[in-house]
Design a protein. Structure first.
Length: 273
């Protein structure tokens, strides 16, 4: 009977001892991890500095400009570099479309930049001043990184904004017209390159018309608020014919707003073709 009691007691105490031993081992491991973390944070990490910043971009951007924006100039502790913060900081810059920031242990940061590609220049009128912006296919306004303007791009004038100028955007009522122009550019960019200026004229509360100024001809073309690639092609063809007929010197404006082509002659008279 005594042997049975002794056997039973030992059979219960052995699993308990193993459990206690496992708990002690786990606590030792946990303490070791905590100690290692403290050692890394207070001893090793402060000594790990960012030694290399690699910048990749789809256009020529001075590396120093990216370092200035991200504040990665000088010795920076590697553990203090927060990639999401740097990404957000970069994407607040108007000419940056998107940014990707990666940390590569132990001392490297990789930055990939996609810049906005201008398709036109917009002169935004505000009170007595005018501000100049480039804009991309998504109608985002921005200032070029190098501060230099591509003079070959068409200029859009007559756009007036009200209120604060910070965070300027195109007036909503103009977006449909401008998106049509973007679509024409994507479809056949050479057509828009034949015009140096597109003037937007307000005709009503929410109604605008487009006047296009061709590069080769001294006569503007009034497009109205609805136009297409074919409208621009027709305008150029008519201008070419009239130049050959030596009529352009007598014409002040060509009107494409209706199905019939109208000419506003110098002096005020209107003729059709």
């Amino acid at each position: 009977m005594a042997d049975y009691v002794l056997y039973t007691t030992e059979s219960f105490t052995k699993p308990q001892r193993r459990l206690h031993r496992s708990i002690r081992v786990f606590l030792v491991i946990l303490a070791g991890i905590g100690l290692g973390e403290l050692l890394y944070q207070f001893v090793i990490a402060p000594k790990l500095l960012v030694e290399s910043v690699i910048v990749k971009s789809d256009s020529a951007i001075p590396k120093g400009e990216i370092l200035r924006i991200t504040q990665l100039q000088g010795p920076i502790p590697y553990h203090r570099v927060h990639a999401p913060t740097l990404k957000k900081r970069l994407e607040t810059v108007s000419w940056i479309r998107s940014a990707k920031v990666e940390k590569v242990f132990p001392n490297k940061v990789m930055i990939t930049i996609e810049t906005r590609k201008p398709i036109g220049i917009a002169l935004m009128e505000h009170d007595v001043s005018t501000q100049v912006f480039a804009f991309d296919e998504e109608l985002n306004l921005f200032t070029p990184q190098d501060g230099e303007w591509d003079t070959s791009l068409p200029i859009f004038t007559g756009i007036r904004i009200e209120g604060a100028t910070e965070g300027i955007k195109f007036p909503f009522v103009l977006t449909r017209m401008l998106r049509t122009i973007v679509e024409i550019r994507l479809e056949e960019s050479g057509i828009l390159n034949c015009f140096s200026e597109f003037r937007i004229v307000k005709k009503g509360e929410d109604t605008y018309e487009l006047i296009a100024y061709p590069i080769k001809y001294p006569v503007p073309v009034r497009m109205g608020h609805q136009f297409s690639t074919e409208t621009f092609k027709s305008a150029l063809m008519v201008l070419d014919v009239m130049q050959k007929e030596r009529l352009l010197d007598k014409v002040e404006e060509i009107d494409f707003r209706t199905g019939n082509i109208l000419y506003r002659m110098r002096g005020g008279t209107i003729a059709g073709r």
